[in-house]
Design a protein around this ligand. Sequence first.
Ligand code: SF4
Length: 240
Amino acid sequence: MRGVLMARRANRRAGSTGLHIGGFERMSLVDWPGQLAAVVFCQGCGWHCRYCHNPHLIPFRQPGRYAWEGILSWLEHRRGLLDAVVFSGGEPTLHPGLYAAMQQARALDFKIGLHTGGPVPENLFPLLPLLDWVGFDFKAPFPSYERITGHSHGEQALASFRMLRSVPVPCEVRTTWHPRLLSGSDLLDMARWLADAGCTEWVIQRFRPDGCKDRELCAAPIGEVPVESISMPGLNIVVR
Ligand code: SF4
């Protein structure tokens, strides 16, 4: 796994915590709906989604902009004022220091949220007991992951999602949609798959051009999510 090796190298440079942090949001109400959360954006992602609106967080080679120790000490003074810490990215599960950082934030009584696409299920597994909520990025029909991410990691993402479904951790399944990347038939496949898996809600986020470097995607008309033609019994589709 090239991404994992790159993350390890970057983490050696990041210091003892092994958490390479490219961004930090002190207060957010949108990264974990319903919770007031601080958001830690981990630096580095093994995927290259064309619609990525945080492309500066993709490379592993950039030095981290924030030290975890500094964030932790800031969090100590926000106990009781914030509900949660969300680890986002990039892809946080590629960082060996994530487990320790989550433990430390939990010890301060913060709830722990995670944004992940699940590229490495064996990295996700040990984190499960620490998680209070997950935002899982369902990129495409699993056999078509390469079209979106540049890597054929659909099986890994599927294994991660099955793992998340097997534990009592609330999980929001969400998909970024651009009609140039996911057709109506792709969305229908995904909806069918979620309904068959027993999911009751699917969040579809319309592509937003902010931060995206792909000019073709930014220029293309988007239109409305074809909710009616992909509806499934028992699956509530929420468009954001
Ligand atoms: S997985 Fe997320 S961070 Fe990585 S390239 Fe895709 S959108 Fe960007």
